[in-house]
Ligand binder design. Structure first.
Ligand code: ADP
Ligand code: MG
Length: 604
């Protein structure tokens, strides 16, 4: 007896639905994408009980006639591609012809649609994949899809749904992606009859971000300017250094207008940020990549979430470069901001917060201070001279206000130091308001950039080990070391071959405090292998430096003299990435005048 049989159409659809419709958010995604493909200018979305009880999407797109409406519910029925060759250059969000039949097979489904100039529309009701009603409908031109009781006939699936709140949040995230990806379309989203957001159609991404997330976020974003390479155009906005989130929720990436998830891009973004990102944190990105449609395969995942690039390395490098460039541009803005408010550099007295000593002192000469960036590598890494504890208050180097102002004007007049709080936070005034600088984090950044520059220019000085060590490695690792010997030596690692698969190590980077050379080498190999691009040895060197500067930088509770603080701030502003330490923690926080006015109830 034959055992193989064709599945009935409804069962086949339910099986396929398993891949396309994972949860209510997937329903929302597919329906909204259909609306966008239909040229809608306005899309209204309503959900109830996390989308499990109802998802309704109404658009003002092109609509369908009755034949097409019926056909749209058949599997593999699509108006978007006709042949395999069309797959090479897909310009629409949909193309698989699976969504509507899949959704209709696992819900109570109602479609009403009307073409723009048609006298009458069509209404189709489908329950669990079975068409129950087809009749004339009188809705406005466009399409309305209602999906009720999702998975009512697939209990196994229903069990996997999360709490309503979680499903609602997933839907909201999905709608954020669509709204950011399509700024020209107006969106309204209501959850359990409460409007969550109402976004007018806008001309630019910036307006859309402002409408959705507010000005506060927008102010912390940097533009990515245009070209990445001849193959790829990169645009959008990314968070400035120091801005990060605990989840990936605001890391939005679009490839040819399609929101996607891509480990390759996530890694490239991290690489671009590098020390500008705190460990375990995620950057904020609104990243748009445009490639020749032939250079990217979107037909990888049933939910079309993933893509494959023809030239993944090219894509990665372009992203890394673009992000580095944007972060570096952000620096100029910051420096500009640090200009002290011109009106106040004049003789207008400031209130003395007693952070500064009240003693009157003779005019301070701009005496030579030990230069922060002339730090010696190794344990002699530069330290700001630390006066004895508590000397700050009585330190005659803290000038009176008037003298301080004179010094500032004589110097660069770029910033105005008010004092130091808790022997840690430098308080400053700039055009926007108040700035707090963490002196330890700031010094870490200064040392880090200095050591990195030296590593690039001269290589890392190494320090002899007391005892030469030999160690053996598996053949593939040994081979790898052979190939990278010269880079390792440049990084201050004194390593030589010592027989088959065996190496001798007699020195290590001087600024590291490592005793077990062999163990250190194994770690280096793992690190270097996991970062597979050309910049990685340098990257590894940076990581080593970042770890070591922490020990050498001025600590909290180290009271600094006024001129030392001034020098610290000046050096910080000269850094490539002044606004975060090499571990990605912020070095400075701005509290704007507007924020202060709000806090004091002067402004609502
Ligand atoms: P796909 O989007 O992959 O083509 P779907 O199953 O999502 O497959 O939709 C099938 C077809 O139904 C689409 O190709 C499109 O022609 C039509 N369609 C779906 N939704 C809409 C809509 N909101 N407005 C107009 N036409 C639609
Ligand atoms: Mg579709």
């Amino acid at each position: 007896m034959s055992r193989i049989r064709l599945l009935p159409e409804t069962v086949a659809s339910q099986v396929a639905a398993g891949e396309v419709v994972e949860r209510p958010a997937s329903v929302v995604k597919e329906l909204v994408e259909n609306s966008i493909d239909a040229g809608a200018r306005k899309i209204d979305i309503l959900i109830r009980r996390g989308g499990i009880s109802l998802v309704r999407v109404i658009d003002d797109g092109c609509g369908m006639d009755r034949d097409d409406a019926l056909l749209s519910l058949e599997r593999h029925a699509t108006s978007k591609i006709r042949s395999v060759s069309d797959l090479e250059a897909i310009a629409t969000l949909g193309f698989r012809g699976e969504a509507l039949p899949s959704i209709a097979s696992v819900s109570r489904f109602r479609l009403t649609t009307r073409e723009q100039d048609a006298v009458v529309g069509t209404e189709i009701v489908v329950n669990g994949g079975k068409i129950d009603i087809v009749r004339d409908g009188g809705e406005a031109p466009g399409t309305q899809v209602e999906v009720r009781s999702l998975f009512y006939n697939v209990p196994a699936r229903r069990k996997f749904l999360r709490a309503e709140n979680t499903e609602s949040r997933n839907i909201e995230h999905q709608l954020h992606l669509q709204a950011i990806g399509h700024a020209k379309v107006a969106f309204t989203f209501a959850r359990d009859d409460r409007v969550v957001f109402q976004l007018p159609a806008t001309a630019t991404l910036i307006d859309r971000i402002r409408d959705l997330y507010g000005n506060e976020l927008l102010e912390k974003l940097l533009p990515l300017n245009g070209v990445g390479s001849s193959q790829i155009r990169i645009s959008g906005l990314i968070g400035q250094a120091g801005l990060s989130r605990q989840t990936r929720a605001q890391q939005l990436v679009f490839v040819n207008g399609r929101a996607i998830e891509s480990p390759l891009i996530t890694t490239a973004v991290r690489e671009g940020y590098h020390t500008a990102l705190m460990k375990g944190q995620y950057p904020v990105t609104f990243l748009f990549l445009e490639l020749d449609p032939g250079a990217v395969d979107v037909n990888v995942h049933p939910a079309k979430r993933e893509v494959r690039f023809r030239d993944p390395n090219g894509v990665r490098e372009a992203i890394v470069r673009c992000i580095q460039k944007a972060l570096a541009c952000g620096r100029a803005d910051w420096q500009e901001k640090f200009r002290a408010p011109p009106a106040q550099v004049s003789a207008q007295p400031l209130v003395d917060l007693t952070l500064r000593p009240q003693v009157s002192v003779p005019e301070v000469s701009h005496r030579e201070l030990p230069q922060c960036p002339t730090a010696e590598i190794v344990g002699q890494a530069h330290r700001l001279p630390v006066p004895p504890a508590d000397s700050a208050r009585s330190d005659p180097d803290w000038p009176s206000l008037a003298q301080q102002k004179r010094v500032e004007r004589a110097a660069t007049a770029r910033f105005q130091i008010i004092g130091v709080l808790n022997k840690l936070y430098v308080l400053m005034e700039n055009v926007d308001g108040l700035v707090l600088v963490d002196q330890h984090a700031a010094h870490e950044r200064i040392l880090f950039e200095e050591l990195r520059r030296r590593m690039e220019e001269q290589g890392v000085p190494s320090q002899k080990l007391l005892i030469t060590q030999t160690f053996e490695l598996p053949p593939r690792d040994a081979d790898w070391i052979e190939q990278n010997m010269s880079i390792l030596q440049k990084m201050g690692i004194g390593i030589e071959s010592f027989g088959p698969n065996t190496f001798k190590i007699d020195s290590l980077p001087g600024f590291l405090n490592v005793t077990d050379g062999a163990q250190f080498m194994r770690k280096v190999i793992d690190d270097l292998k996991s970062a597979s691009d050309r910049s990685s040895p340098l990257r590894l060197g940076e990581d080593m430096i970042a770890k070591s500067v922490c020990r050498h930088a001025v600590k909290a509770n180290d009271p600094l003299r006024y001129l030392e603080v001034e020098k610290l701030i000046q050096d910080l502003l000269e850094c490539d990435l002044p606004y975060c330490c090499p571990h990605g923690r912020p070095t400075m926080i701005q509290i704007s005048n507007v924020e202060l006015e709000k806090k004091f109830g002067r402004k609502v």
